[in-house]
Write a protein that binds this ligand. Structure first.
Ligand SMILES: C[S@@+](CC[C@H](N)C(=O)[O-])C[C@H]1O[C@@H](n2cnc3c(N)ncnc32)[C@H](O)[C@@H]1O
Length: 186
């Protein structure tokens, strides 16, 4: 376990012996919400992709620039952030709500640890929600009561798939999944 990983709240669903994408990504960003097993996998990744840490950080900068542009310039005020990951610095809601404090954001991730940390972060943010869900199931996501209750899916909406689809195997039909999301956008 990393020096600070003991801060991860206990949950029956969290297994510190199995690496997860969200925790490995956190390790690659230099975060502290991961276990030793996640760091070991990140070390293995670095053996074949030595600059993966830089790639992760550039990916976050891309996310921040996109959300800032869409909020400030394009005037978008609803965000569905799929595969959002663990909270880090400059999360989607922080960037969007910096220029529009009432911008609505729903984070979705399959890894329960994202929810545990996300909800703790958002205790006092009435415009943001965290939902545990599988982005490969568009009908379930788009019909999820917490999502439909917080976002108006008939109004312009930013659907974010950043650093996610390479985790969806060909057999799961990533093209079909994206088609379903795109067809559902107003
Ligand atoms: C590389 S991280 C990207 C995080 C964030 N979107 C970013 O760009 O900084 C990928 C995230 O996708 C999540 N993820 C992978 N497969 C998923 C699925 N089927 N449904 C929901 N989330 C998924 C992982 O748990 C992880 O948090």
């Amino acid at each position: 376990m990393s020096d600070t990983a003991h801060e991860i709240p206990p949950s029956a669903k969290l297994d510190p012996t199995k690496p997860t994408v969200a925790r490995i990504y956190d390790a690659s960003l230099g975060g502290k919400d991961h276990y030793e097993v996640d760091r070991q996998v990140f070390e293995m990744i670095k053996q074949v992709a030595p600059y993966q840490g830089d790639v992760s950080k550039m990916n976050r900068r891309f996310l921040v620039r996109v959300v800032r542009y869409l909020t400030e310039i394009a005037g978008m005020d609803q965000y569905l952030d799929l595969g959002s990951g663990l909270p880090t610095v400059q999360n989607t809601h922080e960037v969007a709500q910096f220029s529009n404090p009432e911008a609505r954001v729903v984070y979705v991730d399959i890894d329960p640890i994202c929810n545990v940390h996300g909800r703790a972060l958002l205790e006092e943010n009435e415009f943001t929600r965290f939902v545990e869900g599988d982005l490969t199931k568009p009908e379930t996501i788009l019909g999820h009561p917490e999502i439909t209750g917080h976002l108006d899916l008939d109004q312009p909406l930013v659907l974010m798939q950043i650093g996610t689809l390479h985790h969806v195997a060909d057999e799961e039909d990533p093209v079909g999944i994206m088609r379903a999301y795109i067809d559902a956008l107003p």
